[in-house]
Design a binder for this molecule. Structure first.
Ligand code: PEP
Ligand code: MN
Length: 341
């Protein structure tokens, strides 16, 4: 990618022609600094949904709506492919970027089949500008990297998209990939990373902080009535109010990036620690309720002794000092007893 950042904007799914054309026109007519960064319009045509019976996208017919956006508005278009047949149909329709979603990315056989199909297609694919690969639904950096290597065999530019797992970022996984392959552009997908439109603006700040190469953001004219991912889509107007970082940092500005990556990792670990503490206090309260109905005192010294023994051994295995474990669990246990009183 050149010095410009790439922003891929558009609805989760192509629902009907009017929604696709209207969303694309509104995005393209916003006073955004398009000259300073590259914009691509996205819409999913085949949607891999978790539950059967959910809206699965309008299918092959919707490729025509994307082709119309490309022709009328002069903007490159992107869609998700999950099979070799999808890739062939999308390329036949002139789609500029293909993306492989998180569910497909978890299956290396499916990714290989798509890569092979692109290599062996008889039709011309000279219009194809790149293949985007989301991280797998599970936090597996090796699988994500392996998928990049499979797709690179097509000879097309490959772009990684960090969309996190279970509606949260996986900075450790993204950092591993960034370190292994600093040459592969990485976009942020704050929509799937959060599942919540109100969290998108804060997540977008990570683009500058971590020197990412742009973002894929879900935008819908009427998010509240979207047929998929309605809670996480922004309106075109909301996108216009985000300050999207434009150019890449100059080399001399990138020195602090490694520290920012490490801080993103540690913030993620800290958040997990607090979430785990909340989960522990919740179980503790339920244990407290059980003890109360069975006339048992909250403090059971023998049980606490066993628990500490087990944690000291776990700490030893993981290189955490036993005095530190003891101090922390004295405090945690105190708080648990307070909950159970
Ligand atoms: C999408 O981009 O609409 C999508 C389905 O994303 P993911 O594969 O990241 O869930
Ligand atoms: Mn979506």
């Amino acid at each position: 990618m050149d010095n410009q950042r790439l922003y891929i904007l558009g609805p989760c799914a192509a629902e009907n022609r009017e929604q696709v054309i209207e969303t694309a026109s509104q995005i393209c007519h916003l006073s955004l600094p398009f000259g300073h960064w590259s914009m691509v319009f996205r819409a999913g045509v085949w949607k891999p949904r978790s539950r059967p019976g959910s809206f699965q996208g309008a299918g092959t017919e919707a490729l025509k709506w994307l082709a119309e956006v490309k022709e009328r508005l002069g903007v490159p278009v992107a869609t998700e492919v999950a099979t070799p047949e999808h890739a062939e149909a999308a390329l036949k329709a002139g789609i500029d970027y293909l993306w492989i979603g998180a569910r497909t990315s978890a299956n290396p056989i499916a990714v290989q089949e798509i890569a092979d199909a692109i290599c062996h297609l008889s039709l011309s694919i000279s219009h194809l500008k790149g293949i985007l690969i989301k991280n797998p639904v599970n936090a597996d950096a090796a699988l994500w990297l392996g998928n990049i290597e499979r797709l690179e065999k097509t000879g097309m530019p490959v772009i990684a998209v960090h969309r996190g797992c279970n509606h949260r970022p996986c900075w450790a996984m993204a950092h591993t990939l960034r370190t292994a392959r600093p040459d592969i552009p990485m976009l942020l997908d704050p929509s799937h990373m959060s599942g919540d439109a109100s969290r998108v603006p804060t997540l977008m700040e990570k683009i500058s902080e971590l020197g990412l190469d742009g973002a894929m953001v879900e935008v819908h004219v009427h998010p509240e009535s979207a047929l998929s991912d309605s809670k996480q889509q922004l309106t075109p107007d909301e996108i216009a109010h985000l300050s999207l970082p434009i150019c890449h940092l100059k080399d001399h500005d990138t020195k602090g990036l490694e520290l920012n990556w490490l801080r993103a990792e540690i913030d993620e670990v800290d958040d997990e620690l607090v979430e785990n503490l909340a989960a522990r206090m919740d179980v503790s309260a339920r244990i407290g309720a059980w003890k109360k109905t069975h006339n048992m005192a909250p403090l059971q010294p023998e049980r606490f002794h066993q628990l500490l023994e087990r944690l000291r051994a776990t700490g030893e295995r993981l290189g955490v000092r036993k005095e530190f474990i003891e101090q922390i669990w004295e405090r945690i246990h105190e708080e648990s007893l307070r909950k159970q009183e």
